[in-house]
Design a protein around this ligand. Structure first.
Ligand SMILES: Cc1cc2nc3c(=O)[nH]c(=O)nc-3n(C[C@H](O)[C@H](O)[C@H](O)COP(=O)(O)OP(=O)(O)OC[C@H]3O[C@@H](n4cnc5c(N)ncnc54)[C@H](O)[C@@H]3O)c2cc1C
Length: 372
């Protein structure tokens, strides 16, 4: 169950940025084979006083599942071997262990039904599947909803040597759901969905990303300004993902995810690079510059952000003794008012704040407990 860190590090650390020597490395990596092993890891970590990180698919944008900037020493529990998936079409549900990848989940659903799907994430076969009981609706039921088109904005060379321009791409292909997931993961045409069972990681790039939500249409002049900024770095990527439809019919307080009615689209911006020697600060600064530039055109008070595109620029817990007020800086951006309800849940289930990281939800301080 416990193997040397160096032999396992390359499988645990999937984002290239965190393979750099400057990135803190864990003392131990635990790979539980059954659930009781996790209990043993938690008890050991408590007794030894070693901070623990939990790694599922390892795709956290800031590497928080296997990198700790604020507490050392630390170890990692890698859930990759806990990956069973049980699909029950009649009950309309699936039980998925945290180490299963989205690709494996997609494949297992498609084995059981041609009309069910699960709208998880694109472009990352290796991400861990969400850790809860999934409920979904039949894909066929959803066809009367609006048509959503995701736009990729990138740069490209022109025929004029040395000149670059902006391209926007819109995918419109009629296919079934499982083949669309293969396509979105970047595999060549006609790749069979069985490729998902190989758990391959296609992400061979360094990147820094940030997100925003637009509640109004962004004026053309602002988009032109954004295009100019894109030409300042070698390999930028902006993805505009439309919202609305079913997402806006669910009340904001029904689930922690709050970006619902009134949200027009989500914006993701990335700077990518390939060379380990590259100046990381240059790319981080660029994403900050774009974030500042977009401020007038996106959501305000709070300026919303997508928790799956984690961004430590939004604020951080300093160490174990977290403060709800400090954490509200990033917490309300990710969860709006649901942040305060999550604080209450955390206080109930993990009052000692054992499970924590740079942007975890803090429990209420002792003097405020038991008031409501
Ligand atoms: C290339 C790329 C593309 C992406 N594309 C999308 C996209 O299209 N849409 C989208 O929504 N997101 C996308 N993401 C973001 C991704 O969905 C999130 O980073 C997500 O958290 C990844 O899940 P994971 O299991 O791989 O993460 P991990 O890094 O393993 O974990 C993420 C966080 O959850 C905690 N955690 C892990 N397992 C457990 C557990 N069992 N119990 C409690 N806590 C746990 C970790 O400690 C960590 O804090 C993308 C990420 C990358 C790198």
């Amino acid at each position: 169950m416990v193997l040397s860190v160096s032999s396992l590090l390359s499988t645990v650390v999937v984002l290239l940025l965190f393979t750099l020597p400057s990135s803190p490395k864990p003392e131990f990596i635990f790979t539980p084979l059954k659930e009781s092993h996790i209990q043993a890891v938690v008890i050991c970590s408590k007794e030894l006083g070693i901070h623990l990180r939990i790694r599922s698919g390892g795709h956290d944008y800031e590497g928080l599942s296997y990198v700790s900037e604020i507490e050392r020493p630390f170890s990692v529990v890698d859930l990759a071997k806990l990956r069973s998936i049980r699909i029950d079409i009649e009950d309309n549900s699936a039980w998925v262990q945290a180490g299963a990848t989205n690709g494996e989940l997609y494949y297992r659903i498609s084995e059981k039904s041609k009309t069910h799907g699960f709208p998880a994430v694109a472009k990352t076969l290796e991400q861990g599947a969400t850790k809860i009981l999934y409920k979904w609706q039949q894909v066929a039921d959803k066809l009367d909803e609006d048509l959503f088109i995701r736009v990729y904005v990138q740069t490209a060379n022109t025929s004029n040597e040395g000149k670059r321009t902006i391209t926007t791409s819109y995918d419109c292909i009629e296919t079934n759901w499982i083949n669309s997931t293969v396509y979105l993961d970047g595999f060549p045409n006609n790749t069979l969905p069985e490729v998902f069972l190989e758990r391959r990681n296609l992400l061979k790039t360094y990147f820094k990303g940030k997100s925003d939500y637009a509640r109004e249409v962004i004026p053309e002049t602002a988009l032109e300004g954004l295009w100019e900024k894109l030409l300042e770095v070698e390999s930028p990527l902006v993805i505009l993902t439309p919202y609305g439809g079913m997402m806006s019919k669910i009340p904001e307080s029904q689930t922690p995810f709050p970006h619902r009615k009134g949200t027009k689209f989500k914006i993701l911006y990335w700077s990518r690079w390939q060379d380990a020697e590259e100046n990381v600060a240059k790319h981080i600064d660029w994403t900050r510059k774009v974030y500042k530039f977009l401020a007038p055109y996106v959501s305000k008070s709070p300026r919303e952000a997508y928790v799956n595109y984690r961004d430590l620029d939004l604020g951080m817990n300093k160490n174990r003794s977290t403060s709800v007020e400090e954490a509200s800086a990033f917490g309300t951006k990710y969860f709006k008012d649901n942040f305060y309800r999550l604080v209450h849940v955390k206080t109930e289930v993990d009052p000692d704040n054992f499970f924590r990281h740079e942007q975890s939800i803090p429990p209420l301080p002792l003097h405020m407990r038991g008031r409501n």
